[in-house]
Design a protein around this ligand. Structure first.
Ligand SMILES: *Cc1c(COP(=O)(O)O)cnc(C)c1O
Length: 366
C-alpha cells in the first residue's frame, strides 16, 4: 500500500484531446502549449506523446532548451522571447522561435552577430496590455525586423485574447478586428487563438492555433465542464484514507477549530494537503471522491492532510483510494470551491507528489 499522493497522467486522454483540437480547427497548424511543465503534467512526457502536433510553445528559454536537449525537433516557440544578447545567441544555436513583443528586442537582434537568422513571431497588443507592440508601432517594428537581416522571412504575426473564455464578452471581436487592422498589408502566417479562442471563436483560428488547457482536459470556458466539449481529464490527483474516526456532535475539526459537527460524524483523514498542491483555500463542501463515492471537505486544509466527512459513504476503510480531481471528479468543481481556476490547480502539484505516466494501451487506436 503506497501512502503517498500521486498524479496519474493518462496519455491516451491527452491524445484524445489533441484530436479534438484537430477536429475543431482542421485548417490550422497546432502549437501545443506546454509551459510550466505542461501545466504540471510533465513537459517531456507530454511533448513526446503529442506526435500529431506541429510544434510547441513554452514561456521561457530554459524550457525550450530542455526540449531540444531531449531530442524534440519540431518548432519550439518561446512566448517571452529574449532579453539579452546571450539569449539571442541561444535562439540561433538551438533553432528556437522567438516572440518579439517589445521594441527593445529589435535592438538586441540588430546588435547581435548571428550567422543564421532567427524565426520571429511579432506579437501585437490588441487589448490585453501585457506583452505585444502597440498598434501605432506595428508597421515600424515589422519593417525594422524585415530590414535587420537577422530574421527568417516572412515572420509570423500573433496576438493574445484576454476574454475568449467569456462568450458574452465583446472584447474578443474587438481584438480580432484590431489585429486584422494592424496586419493589413503585412505578409506572414497568423496566430490568435488559445483553447477558448479556437473552440469559441472560429474567426480566431488562423494559420496556427495555440491550445493549452484543453489538451489537458480542462474547460477553457467560464462556468463550463470540460466534458461539454468532449474533453477528457489527463491528470488524476489521488491519495488515500490514512485514518478514520467517529466524532461526537459539537466536536471541531482541524486548525482553528473552524468546523463543528452538528451531529455524530465519520471523518476520514486523507493523506494530501497544501504541501502537495491541494488548494489551501478549498472551502468546506469541496467535493472529494472517497472509494468512488462523493464526500465533502470539512475544516481547514493542512500541509499534509485534509479531513473529509464520509458519514454518507458506504464501507469506508483505511487505505481506500481518494480522488481529489480528475477521472470521476471534474477539476473545475474543485477550482470553483477554492476560488481559483483549473490551470492554477494543475500547475500547483508539488515535487513530492509521485507522477505516474499511463501510456497508451497497445491495442488502442490513436
Ligand atoms: C498560455 C498561453 C496559451 C494557452 O492558453 P490556454 O488558455 O491554456 O489554451 C496560448 N497563448 C499564449 C500566448 C499563452 O500565454
Amino acid at each position: 500500500m503506497s501512502l503517498n499522493p500521486e498524479v496519474i497522467i493518462d496519455l491516451a486522454a491527452l491524445k484524445h484531446n489533441a484530436s479534438l483540437v484537430a477536429q475543431a480547427a482542421p485548417y490550422s497548424k497546432r502549437l501545443a502549449v506546454i509551459k510550466a511543465d505542461a501545466y504540471g503534467h510533465g513537459m517531456l512526457a507530454v511533448a513526446q506523446a503529442l506526435s500529431m502536433v506541429d510544434g510547441f510553445a513554452v514561456a521561457r528559454l530554459d524550457e525550450a532548451i530542455m526540449l531540444r536537449k531531449a531530442g524534440i525537433k519540431k518548432v519550439v516557440l518561446v512566448l517571452s522571447g529574449f532579453m539579452s544578447q546571450e539569449q539571442v545567441d541561444q535562439f540561433a544555436r538551438y533553432d528556437l522561435d522567438a516572440v518579439v513583443h517589445s521594441e527593445y528586442q529589435v535592438g538586441l537582434l540588430n546588435s547581435s552577430h548571428l550567422s543564421t537568422p532567427v524565426s520571429v513571431w511579432l506579437k501585437i497588443n490588441t487589448g490585453m496590455n501585457r506583452l505585444g507592440v502597440d498598434q501605432s508601432s506595428v508597421t515600424r517594428v515589422y519593417q525594422a525586423l524585415q530590414l535587420s537581416g537577422k530574421v527568417r522571412l516572412p515572420m509570423k504575426l500573433m496576438t493574445h485574447l484576454s476574454c475568449a473564455d467569456d462568450m458574452a464578452s465583446v472584447s474578443t471581436e474587438q481584438q480580432i478586428n484590431c489585429f486584422d487592422h494592424c496586419i493589413s498589408g503585412l505578409s506572414g502566417e497568423q496566430s490568435i487563438a488559445n483553447s477558448a479562442g479556437l473552440l469559441g471563436w472560429k474567426n480566431a483560428q488562423r494559420h496556427w492555433v495555440r491550445p493549452g488547457i484543453m489538451l489537458y482536459g480542462g474547460s477553457p470556458f467560464q462556468g463550463a465542464k470540460a466534458s461539454d466539449e468532449g474533453l477528457q481529464a489527463v491528470m488524476t490527483f489521488k491519495s488515500q484514507v490514512i485514518s478514520l474516526k467517529t466524532i461526537k456532535k459539537g466536536s471541531f475539526v482541524g486548525y482553528g477549530a473552524t468546523w463543528q459537527a452538528e451531529k455524530t460524524r465519520l471523518i476520514a483523514t486523507v493523506g494530501v494537503g497544501y504541501g502537495d498542491g491541494y488548494p489551501r483555500h478549498a472551502s468546506v463542501g469541496t467535493p472529494v471522491l472517497v472509494a468512488g463515492q462523493k464526500a465533502t471537505l470539512v475544516g481547514r486544509v493542512s500541509m499534509d492532510s485534509i479531513s473529509v466527512d464520509v458519514s454518507q459513504c458506504h464501507h469506508i476503510q483505511i487505505g481506500d483510494e481518494v480522488v481529489l480531481w480528475g477521472v470521476g471528479l471534474p477539476i473545475e468543481e474543485v477550482a470553483e470551491k477554492s476560488n481559483t481556476i483549473s490551470y492554477d490547480l494543475m500547475c500547483g502539484i508539488t515535487s513530492r507528489v509521485t507522477r505516474v505516466i499511463k501510456e497508451v494501451d497497445n491495442g488502442e487506436q490513436n
